[in-house]
Design a protein around this ligand. Structure first.
Ligand code: SF4
Length: 233
């Protein structure tokens, strides 16, 4: 079986898996091209810089010190069966398995469901805005199928949205939150857009980026829809 391609690693984090000390592995390759992507070096399919066996040995040395391993990217599910097998081995070490995903591979997510304990699912924009933001016509439909796949497992998830004002309005955010509430999502995270490039194409004002966080009425309306809402500023 093909090895997984790991392009980056965070050895310790308290914010990438709820309530657990974790390591994060960033896998290479992504089918999307989001306008605000902060990991452009991970987008193209290719060889990772880390040997999967050496990483596994290192994870073994972290047993008792860390509680979870999160697979991120890029889009980790792009690596299919090799990823699922690797997750299974890591889980057998006693770690909880987390997955950050854009939801593009609902069928692979269904196959991974028995070895993944929690997912953070990106909900990037309304269906109308999705193609402009991610460069893919079918990504919203795939993501919604992934959401339904995961909800059917009854396992924990967080749906998160990055509020890039070029693609998301306050009305969009409320519409998305209401739709997620109606589907049964209980944990939602609203993330501030942080520009990684300073050119005119990426220009937004501080006020535009802050608007989702400074509108108390909007915050209260969204807070009321979920068990927990994290406002990541
Ligand atoms: S899904 Fe994530 S890794 Fe892929 S292009 Fe979008 S922001 Fe970048």
């Amino acid at each position: 079986m093909r090895e997984i391609q790991i392009g980056g690693l965070v050895s310790f984090t308290t914010i990438d898996y709820p309530g657990k000390l974790a390591a994060v592995l960033f896998l290479v390759g992504c089918p999307l091209r989001c306008a605000y992507c902060s990991n452009p070096h991970l987008l193209n399919v290719g060889d990772g810089q880390y040997d999967q066996d050496k990483v596994f040995d290192w994870l073994q040395s972290r047993v008792g010190k860390l509680e979870a391993v999160v697979f991120s990217g890029g889009e980790a599910l792009m690596q299919g069966p090799a990823l699922i097998e690797y997750m299974r081995r890591v889980r057998e070490l006693g770690f909880a398995i987390g997955l950050h995903t854009n939801g593009f591979y609902p069928d692979t997510l269904a196959r991974a469901a028995d070895v993944v304990d929690w997912i953070g699912l990106d909900y990037k924009a309304t269906r109308t805005q999705y193609p402009r933001l991610v460069g893919q016509n079918v990504a919203h439909d795939h993501m919604m199928r992934s959401l339904d796949v995961w909800l059917s497992t009854g396992k924990d998830l967080e749906v998160r949205i990055t509020c890039d004002p070029r693609f998301v309005s306050k009305m969009d955010l409320l519409e998305i939150a209401n739709g997620l509430h109606d589907r049964g999502v209980r944990n939602f995270a609203v993330q501030k857009y942080v520009p990684h490039f300073e050119d005119s194409e990426h220009f937004t004002t501080q006020q535009q980026r802050d608007q989702f966080f400074t509108d108390e009425n909007l915050r209260h309306a969204i807070d009321a829809l979920f068990d927990s809402v994290i406002w990541r500023e």
